[in-house]
Structure formats: structure tokens, C-alpha cells
Design a protein around this ligand. Structure first.
Ligand code: OGA
Ligand code: NI
Length: 280
């Protein structure tokens, strides 16, 4: 499931500023990026083109700036890009506001599922937020590669600032459909852990991004999910065998899922399949 969210409380100005400093970052000369190109996936700030170099059959047309958001942010932001000048301040404000929005979304989804308002939040241990800036350069042969190939996100929800160029596509009834941007709206993706916890009531959305032959595109996703030690399983009240709702997934520690996710090429839902319970 993918939705648009408007009147979300994050100011238009902050969204624009975040897009502007992201643009500024990718416009800087490569020397200014070099220090952030680091192998360590645990680094608080990291710039890379693929998390699974060598496993991809076709290279993706994307650079990713990935910022881990640990609160309070004062210390964390010291490892974020120092340039453009306003980057740290704006990114800190942005991720704080997006986090507040996500916490409201988690409450609303918990309630929609008939669970306690803090159910999802409690399932997620100490929570983990990662903000990314995807940069898709102009691509001379868009038909030869993807910006990001088909996948579902590994977390609970993703809140995406799409930018004003299309590129995002979603799989619906076996067809890829372009998700045209709506100004100032966020895209909210249901991600894999929400499919598990909701026992399939919410389905994680399969999506991809295509490239553009005339313009570079930037998108800014915020991934929000459990800490690695969290136990993820279908909520007990949503498993009702006698009403045709058997448990669809076995429980697992989130770290186990992440190991599987990282060990393979990005693909749609194949990781989630590893935790499925076979129902006759
Ligand atoms: C992602 C993603 C889509 C986009 O980063 O996981 O799906 O439009 N991005 O950039
Ligand atoms: Ni995604």
C-alpha cells in the first residue's frame, strides 16, 4: 500500500530547504564528497552507489547519501556533511519533524488495526530512523537500467519527499504505475515489518524508480523501523484462526531479517517470503 499525505504539519519551506541543500550537496565537486564515500555500513553518514557491490547484475543509476538519525541529534550531526553550509541544521530540523509525523502515523495505523495506540511504537524497540537522499543523475539510456530496481522497503513505514519529477513507480495488479508527484505531499509506503505485524492487513508496497534522460532527480526517503533487537511478529489479536486469519509469518528478531535483506540483490518481497508460514 502506498498513500499520499497532505496537511501533514511539515512546513513547505522546510521541505523546500531540504531539497535545496540536497541539491547543493550533489552539485559540489567530487572532492567535497570523497570523505563520505566509506565502506562501513554502520557509519552515521555514508555516501555510496550500491550496498551490495558485485551482487548486482546491472548497476543502478543512483548515488545515495544515507544519514542515520540518533537522538538527541547534537552529536550525530557532527558526522553529517559539513557542506553546503546550512545542510546540518536543515537536515536536523527536517528529520525531527518527519519523525514526529511518523510517530503520529504509527499511532493512527495502530488504531486502524484495533490495537493500542502505542502498539506499533512498542513493537519497535528503541526505533531506528534513517534519512536518505537519492540522487539519480540524468541517464542517457533509461531503458538499460533502473534508478532503484523493484523492491519493498525493509522497515515499518517510509515517508518520501518525491521531488517534482516523476520516476517513482508502484506495482498494482501486476502493472507498474507512475506515481506522479503532488506538490508538498509526502508519499507513505507500507514496508515489510508492518505487513508482518498487521498479519497481512497492510501489504508492503513493491516499488521502483526509473531514470530520466533529460534531468537529474532527487528524492528524500525517511525509513523508520525497529531497532535490531526488536521482536517482530503478527499482533496476537490479528491472528484469528477460526475466522480465516491464521498467522501468516513466524516471529523473528529484526536483526535476522536484516541479515537476509543485506545478503541478496534487491528484489520484491523475497526476504519477507523467508518468514512466511506455509498454510495448506
Ligand atoms: C528507496 C526508494 C524511490 C524514489 O529509496 O527505497 O524506493 O522515488 N526510492 O526515489
Ligand atoms: Ni524503496
Amino acid at each position: 500500500m502506498l498513500s499520499f499525505i497532505i496537511n501533514h504539519g511539515v512546513s513547505e519551506e522546510l521541505m523546500e530547504n531540504m531539497m535545496e541543500v540536497s541539491n547543493g550537496f550533489f552539485k559540489m565537486p567530487v572532492e567535497d564528497h570523497a570523505e563520505l564515500y566509506i565502506e562501513n555500513p554502520k557509519a552515521t553518514a555514508r555516501l555510496y552507489t550500491s550496498s551490495i557491490v558485485g551482487k548486482e547484475k546491472v548497476c543502478n543509476w543512483r548515488e545515495i547519501l544515507r544519514l542515520s538519525c540518533q537522538y538527541p541529534l547534537e552529536q550525530t550531526i557532527n558526522s553529517w556533511p559539513p557542506k553546503p553550509q546550512a545542510f546540518r541544521d536543515i537536515a536536523a530540523k527536517y528529520c525531527t519533524e518527519v519523525r514526529a509525523l511518523i510517530l503520529r502515523i504509527l499511532t493512527a495505523i495502530s488504531e486502524a488495526l484495533g490495537l493500542d495506540p502505542d502498539y506499533l511504537s512498542k513493537c519497535m524497540g528503541t526505533h531506528r530512523q534513517v534519512m536518505a537522499v537519492n540522487y539519480y543523475p540524468m541517464c542517457p539510456n533509461p531503458e538499460l537500467t533502473f534508478g532503484i530496481p523493484p523492491h519493498s522497503d525493509p522497515t515499518v513505514v517510509t515517508v518520501l519527499q518525491q521531488g517534482d519529477l516523476s520516476g517513482l513507480q508502484v506495482l498494482k495488479n501486476g502493472k507498474w504505475i507512475a506515481v506522479e508527484p503532488i506538490p508538498n505531499a509526502f508519499v507513505v509506503n507500507v514496508a515489510d515489518q508492518l505487513e508482518v505485524i498487521s498479519n497481512g492487513r497492510f501489504r508492503s508496497v513493491e516499488h521502483r524508480a526509473v531514470t530520466n534522460s533529460t534531468k537529474a532527480r532527487i528524492s528524500i526517503p525517511t525509513f523508520y523501523g525497529p531497532s535490531t533487537d526488536a521482536f517482530i511478529a503478527p499482533a496476537k489479536s490479528l491472528v484469528i484462526e477460526e475466522c480465516g486469519h491464521p498467522a501468516l509469518y513466524r516471529g523473528f528478531i529484526f536483526e535476522e531479517y536484516l541479515k537476509k535483506y543485506k545478503s541478496q540483490e534487491l528484489k520484491s518481497k523475497t526476504v519477507l517470503d523467508c518468514f512466511k508460514i506455509n498454510i495448506e
